[in-house]
Design a binder for this molecule. Structure first.
Ligand SMILES: *Cc1c(COP(=O)(O)O)cnc(C)c1O
Length: 325
């Protein structure tokens, strides 16, 4: 296998792994949690792992400005901004309040705050945030490219990062996270359940547990049924560089039943899941990702579609709690 890509240290790892006794009793499964909400870096979250590799790659390329994009409450942009601050890099991001196809109209988000939660933290670490009107993810990508070209026009060396940090390095980071988990426990899990969106968390974990008895189940936070093809393409990119298995779209366990009204809009089931975990275990989930994923876990456990030894991988996101009505 080729040499491991360079990385800079950002997070405290391994992140804690522990059993949830009260929630286990209540749900009738043996439930564990992997605390990537407690990475110790920039208020936690799964993006810190990816950034250890992305920042190292950016530094190696001689970049001065890192350009990415996301929703206004992006946890990735917050952690990217903090990582850039640590390495004296400029961070610029194209953001929009919500991705929403124009033809279907806008959800009612008037009460949502555009200045709190992650947006507040972005401003503290000095992210150059460029806000555009709501539109599709493709439109947002175009805005990010315009931003990158703007800096290049000023003779600044730019490093482009896809949404959510889901380049092959992001997937590699999560394959390593899977290796970290394997070293923490001798007993294999039957299921690993987590919030899935831009793809590198799911692709990395799928590589780490391929061929084992552990099933890696992503709960979608974005209503895009064709996402598994993006996972396949990302897996192929990692395989080209690092070797390992060929993963096809049907190899990914991906559940679209818990998105709720739309990406970035809280769901009733998600809000109930947030309250459940807070009141049984004192652990906070977020309304955009981990709350919806945990709602999925609860529902699937109740219907006996998952069971046995189950790991919930907490991907963070809690600052968004302070930006929702
Ligand atoms: C980004 C994010 C995810 C999804 O991870 P991907 O690698 O983009 O699929 C899940 N939960 C939280 C809190 C996130 O910020």
């Amino acid at each position: 296998m080729p040499e491991s890509p360079p990385r800079v240290p950002l997070i405290q790892s391994p992140t804690p792994l522990h059993r949830l006794e009260r929630a286990s009793d209540s749900l009738g499964i043996e439930l564990w949690i992997k605390r990537d909400d407690l990475t110790g870096f920039a208020m936690g979250g799964n993006k810190g792992r990816k950034l250890e590799y992305l920042i190292a790659d950016a530094l190696q390329s001689g970049a001065e400005v890192l350009v990415s994009c996301g929703a206004a409450q992006s946890n990735f942009v917050r952690q990217l901004g903090a990582a850039c601050a640590c390495f004296d890099l400029k961070c610029a991001a194209a953001v929009m309040q919500l991705p929403y196809p124009k033809e279907t109209g806008e959800p009612d988000v008037a009460a949502m705050q555009a200045t709190n939660g992650n947006v507040l933290l972005d401003s503290l670490v000095g992210v150059d945030l460029r806000v555009s009107a709501n539109g599709t993810w493709e439109e947002l990508d175009t805005h990010a490219e315009t931003l990158a070209v703007e800096f290049e026009g000023k003779r600044r060396r730019v490093y482009r990062i896809p949404i959510g940090g889901s380049s092959w390095l992001g997937a590699h980071a999560f394959e390593q996270a899977g290796v970290e988990l394997l070293a923490q426990t001798a007993d294999p899990f039957d299921w690993i359940v987590f919030a899935s969106s831009s793809g590198s968390t799911q692709t990395g974990l799928a590589r780490a547990f391929h061929g084992s008895a552990t099933k890696v189940l992503g709960i979608a936070c974005d209503p895009e049924p064709e996402m598994t093809h993006d996972f396949e393409a990302l897996a192929e990119e990692v395989r080209a560089r690092r070797g390992g298995p060929t993963l096809r779209a049907p190899n990914f366990h991906f559940n679209l039943d818990f998105v709720g009204p739309a990406y970035g809009v809280p769901s009733e089931a998600g809000n109930q899941a947030i309250q459940f975990l807070a009141r049984t275990e004192g652990i906070f989930l977020d309304p955009i990702y981990s709350g919806k994923a945990f709602a999925g876990l609860m529902d699937l456990a109740e219907r006996r579609e998952i069971g046995g030894r189950v790991l919930f991988w907490h991907t963070g996101g809690t600052p968004a709690l302070f930006a929702m009505p």
